[in-house]
Design a protein around this ligand. Sequence first.
Ligand code: 1GP
Length: 226
Amino acid sequence: MEFQTWRHVFKLDPNKELTDEALQALIHSGTDAFLIGGTDGIDAENTFALYARVRDAGIPIALEISHPSQVIHGFNHYFVPTVLNAGTPEWIIGHHARAFERYGHFFDARLVTAQGYLVLNPEAKVADVTAARCDLTMEESVAYAEVGHHLFRLPSLYIEYSGRLGNPDVVKEIRLALPDAHLFYGGGIEGEETARLMGAHVDTIVVGNIIYEDLAGALATVRALR
Ligand code: 1GP
């Protein structure tokens, strides 16, 4: 299954505890894919441990590579984020160049997709790490997304509010400006209502934190899109 068809994705954090029971519920939820990734405390060991628990689940599993040490064989897909509004070139291209220098031979390019991130929650860890410029106006947010799509020709864009619900008007304006872009949205989706709200404007919604806080709420986000 290609990522272009995904409507709903659960983002699993290798650095967080998940019981077998909870994992089984996620596997049978009807989600389209598991995206494995996170910002804090991620390494090859915990990434592999989580991968081993889901690889036979019959659901596509993708790795979001946030550090080269995390790269592991066997995933169905690999996403490489580039943060369009990062405050430093390191998170736009620097880390990536070093990763390819070291692991370029390892990749089957067909399985690797660049995700142009727009990081818009200043409180998020990812905003801190990448020194992202989060105080963008609506017009600026759209312009960054347009650069990612039209100029850099990235195969997907990711509107990232990790940890809180974003401004639906920003998401809507990006959708209107870029009807052909594959848009991911993540941040603060915690139940049916928020899933529908953001799901109306993007191709794929990504549900993360709520898995670990309110499993029933997390499962409801899948139903909302069916
Ligand atoms: C995080 O966009 C994802 O990278 C999901 O965000 O954890 O807030 O659901 P939440």
